[in-house]
Design a protein around this ligand. Structure first.
Ligand SMILES: [Zn+2]
Length: 495
């Protein structure tokens, strides 16, 4: 049966005609051409887009974004072909306005440059870095986008073509490593992507059929890129096995050396299907720091990204604290650290700073955006409080169920609840609902005392008998009750 009547055909054709110019605008093709040999290296970008009936074409570019200001300084030499009447840089509106002939296609070309000089430090990593042998930038710093061309509701076609790249020049972004890519993407995916090109080295490994890319440049005093690649392979496999979640089909981690005048600087940015990291090359950056960095940050692919906080800072005890607990637990389980190191890390990195902190008893409600971002002690509080609480819960669930269940099961339940059809956010109500299933009604009161009110945990007789808890120098410390029980304790901790 033919479902189309004559009038619906006409309406269909009309729709097609009306939507054609929109479609032409929507499938954008960007050509990226590095000119790194220039006295001031730049990335030349060009694309075509059409003006509207009034001869206006608005192009979006964020001047202030992700904590950075004056990003317009990285956007130079905007020209059009044919020449437009006016190219207006409207910094305060995050807009470049092209004024030309109505309904006319213009080829727009611009340069992305690095606007901060000096050796590359941590602060440079959040702006485009364009150096004589490489470039590094988040996606939103590279593309001038016609207003409304991309959307967060639906994925649209987007083509990226690299041109005139030297041989041995690696190009890579969060969407893969091909020099020509036609992608279907949402605006936020492009915005939170990473682009690198130049003298990087690319490692590709496959984990349960899914490719992981590690793209790296630099030399470090205490470790080398091969070691980091091996580490990453283990961490990503351990975590995906833990969650029984191998859904992320393609994943990229970038790493770049940075210069740090004093001490060590290690950091990363969690992005769309990727993670950008930077760390100083000096002797203060140990391999242990790198282990911690990847084990903690990549865990956020689940805790934080898939199990999302309902009220950001209010659930940092979970998204940061439980992430930290599983950082150490999975490092021990995966053989990345031994039991002695595990106990030492818990003592030195969690118990000591927490019990000696001036705000150790601050209630959870005092963890506001302002306090969190303005005060280092508040920033660290949810890590310590949450991870110690997680250790307590993990022990209690195992003890109650004779080790048939653990906190892991509660985590899997939360993942299911937060990624299921209803896709709930993690709030205290949801957490308590599942907590009660494992530890009964009494545990809800303990949750209120320890997490919401900020009471300290008294660990005496609460952990495994193989752990001796002694208070020294003003904070509780965990040690092995005696050497013969080391293997038994490890088994209990990693269960
Ligand atoms: Zn974190």
């Amino acid at each position: 049966m033919n479902l189309f009547t004559k009038s619906s055909w006409i309406a269909g054709i009309l729709c097609l005609i009306i939507s054609l110019p929109m479609f032409a605008q929507e499938h954008l093709t960007y050509t990226l051409e590095p000119h790194l040999e220039a006295k001031k290296p730049y990335l030349k970008v060009s694309f075509s887009a059409k003006t509207n009936e009034q001869g206006i074409l608005n192009l979006h570019y964020n001047d202030s974004f992700w904590g950075q200001r004056r990003l317009f300084d990285c956007l130079q030499n905007i020209t059009t072909k044919p020449a437009a009447q006016k190219v207006d840089r409207q910094r305060d509106k995050d807009n470049i306005q092209i004024v030309g002939k109505p309904n006319t296609s213009y080829e727009i070309t611009y340069h992305i440059v690095q606007d901060m000089g000096g050796p590359i430090e941590h602060k440079h990593c959040y702006r485009p870095i364009i150096q004589p042998t490489y470039l590094h930038s988040f996606g939103h710093r590279l593309f001038l986008l016609p207003l409304g061309a991309l959307s967060n509701k639906e994925a649209r076609l987007f083509t990226i073509r690299w041109r005139n790249i030297p041989r041995d020049f690696v190009v890579h972004n969060s969407f893969g490593g091909a020099p020509n890519q036609t992608l279907r993407l949402k605006e936020e995916e492009l915005f939170s992507s990473i682009f690198v090109a130049g003298d990087f080295k690319r490692y590709i490994f496959t984990i349960k059929g899914n490719q992981v890319h590690f793209v790296v440049r630099g030399k470090w005093e205490k470790f080398n890129a091969d070691q980091v690649a091996e580490l990453l392979k283990k961490v990503i496999r351990n975590q995906r096995d833990f969650w029984k979640d191998h859904r992320d089909s393609l994943y990229t981690v970038t790493l770049m050396e940075i210069h740090t005048p004093m001490g060590s600087s290690v950091g990363g940015t969690n992005l769309h299907r990727s993670f950008a990291t930077y760390c100083s090359k000096n002797k203060y950056t140990t391999f242990d720091l790198i282990k911690y960095l990847y084990n903690h940050e990549l865990m956020h692919n689940w805790v934080g990204k898939k199990i999302i906080n309902a009220d950001e800072e209010r659930q940092y005890w979970f998204s940061e604290g439980f992430t930290d607990y599983y950082t150490y637990k999975l490092m021990l389980k995966g053989g990345l650290i031994d039991l002695e190191t595990y106990l030492k890390m818990v003592n030195q990195r969690i118990l000591k700073p927490h019990y000696t902190s001036k705000i150790k008893n601050a209630p959870n409600d005092s963890l506001t955006y302002k306090n969190y971002w303005g005060n280092y002690a508040y920033q660290k509080l949810p890590y310590y409080r949450g991870s110690l609480y997680a250790l307590l819960l993990d022990t209690q669930i195992k003890q109650k169920t004779k080790q048939r269940k653990s906190l892991d099961n509660l985590m899997f339940d939360l993942l299911k609840a937060c990624t299921g059809k209803k896709s709930r956010r993690l709030d205290h109500q949801l957490f308590k609902k599942y907590l009660k299933r494992y530890l009964g009604k009494k545990s809800l009161k303990t949750f209120e005392q320890l997490i919401e009110k900020g009471q300290l945990i008294d660990f005496k007789d609460k952990l495994w008998k193989e752990i001796a808890v002694t208070t020294k120098e003003g904070y509780p410390q965990f040690t092995l009750a005696d050497q013969t029980v080391a293997a038994a304790l490890k088994q209990k901790l990693i269960k």
